[in-house]
Design a protein around this ligand. Structure first.
Ligand SMILES: Nc1ncnc2c1ncn2[C@@H]1O[C@H](COP(=O)(O)OP(=O)(O)OP(=O)(O)O)[C@@H](O)[C@H]1O
Length: 326
């Protein structure tokens, strides 16, 4: 299930094809708490990579290590092929980040906030500042609201302004920590479509989320975290490709027995619906299974194969519900 991605050799430069993030055995221990526990993460260039897990599963701690904000207890992290935190100064200018909400001055307009951001960036050319700020505002759809004070912005507009700040320079990688957290559905849609546009322009986007449907909607790849550990990683299609046979019947016990006889595993019953995993190698003909159910006197109301959601995958891999508030 896990996708094999080539190892980073650490030698690629801008535009190289290697993974943009590679961690090996990454650990962060806070007094008493193992926040990140031996993480091996590989984020392919060009992906929209969803870093998924319930609150407290170690996502923010991982991002803080990737950005060189905190030191790992052990293990290694490479960003754009360079070791972190050692290469912070050369790597971070190539990475845009939005972590824990943007720091904004409410009394300044959106435009003035960005001008200020740009002015404290030693690598930013003051001669092109106004033009770059204008482009970044247009990019996130805030051109018309650029003169408004930031304190009058909605939460979604503040998040977009934060993204504009991350986009003042061309970036190879964007790291966004829970970019839609706290936003209303409209704000979420705006950020998600912006992420898709940025990805279409060739920026690799790594975003953390505790929202499964968000990952399914915007991401090409995902890693699933639970209690500091990586549960799985790969393409979203591959993660959700596990399909399950579902039989709706008033006779679930008999149906379960017949399905088991035909090699169906991991059988679960919820009310009148029995679902199970078909054997991956040499799968039985579904017509034969259906006939066997009927022959055994099982009354079948519905019969078919259902595509698993990421939520199904999470629950089946961790045995836990994904019951955090959206
Ligand atoms: N500075 C810290 N000191 C002590 N424990 C910490 C610290 N930061 C995080 N933790 C703990 O580490 C674990 C992982 O937290 P982390 O914030 O990385 O998770 P998360 O998946 O990002 O969740 P959330 O979405 O709630 O931020 C939690 O148990 C948290 O309480």
């Amino acid at each position: 299930m896990e996708e094999q991605v080539p190892e980073a050799d650490g030698a690629e430069g801008p535009g190289g094809g290697g993974p943009v993030i590679v961690t090996r055995g990454l650990v962060k221990r806070y007094r008493g708490t193992l926040a990140v526990d031996g993480l091996d993460l590989t984020v392919p260039r060009g992906s929209v990579f969803g870093f998924l897990g319930p609150n407290g599963s170690g996502k923010t701690t991982t991002i803080r290590m990737l950005m060189g904000l905190i030191e790992p207890t052990s293990g290694t992290a490479r960003l754009l092929g360079e070791p972190m935190p050692r290469a912070v100064r050369t790597v971070l200018p190539r990475v845009g980040a939005l972590i824990e909400g943007p720091a904004l001055y409410g009394f300044l307009s959106g435009r003035d906030n960005l001008l200020r951001y740009d002015a404290v960036d030693p690598t930013a050319d003051p001669r092109t500042r106004a033009a770059r700020v204008g482009e970044a505002l247009a990019r996130v759809g805030l051109a018309a609201a650029a003169g408004k004070k930031a304190r009058a912005y909605s939460l979604g507009m503040k998040q977009r302004l934060g993204l504009a700040a991350a986009l003042l320079q061309p970036r190879e990688l964007l790291i966004l920590d829970e970019p839609t957290n706290g936003l209303d559905p409209q704000g979420m849609r705006e950020i998600r479509s912006l992420v898709r546009e940025l990805a279409a322009d060739g920026t690799t986007v790594f975003l953390s989320s505790h929202l499964l449907d968000e990952i399914e909607q915007v991401c090409t790849h995902a890693a699933v975290m639970s209690r500091g550990r990586l549960i799985t990683q790969g393409t979203v299609d591959a993660l959700a490709a596990r399909s399950r046979l579902a039989v709706t019947t008033p006779d679930p016990a008999d149906a379960t027995r017949v399905l088991k006889e035909h090699g169906v595993t991991d059988l679960t019953t919820l009310d009148d619906k029995v679902t199970g995993e078909l054997p991956a190698s040499d799968p039985p003909d579904l017509a034969d299974i259906n006939a066997a159910l009927v022959t055994a006197g099982v009354r079948v109301r519905a019969f078919g194969v259902e595509r698993a959601s990421l939520e199904d995958v999470f629950v089946s891999l961790t045995g836990e519900g994904f019951d955090v508030a959206g």
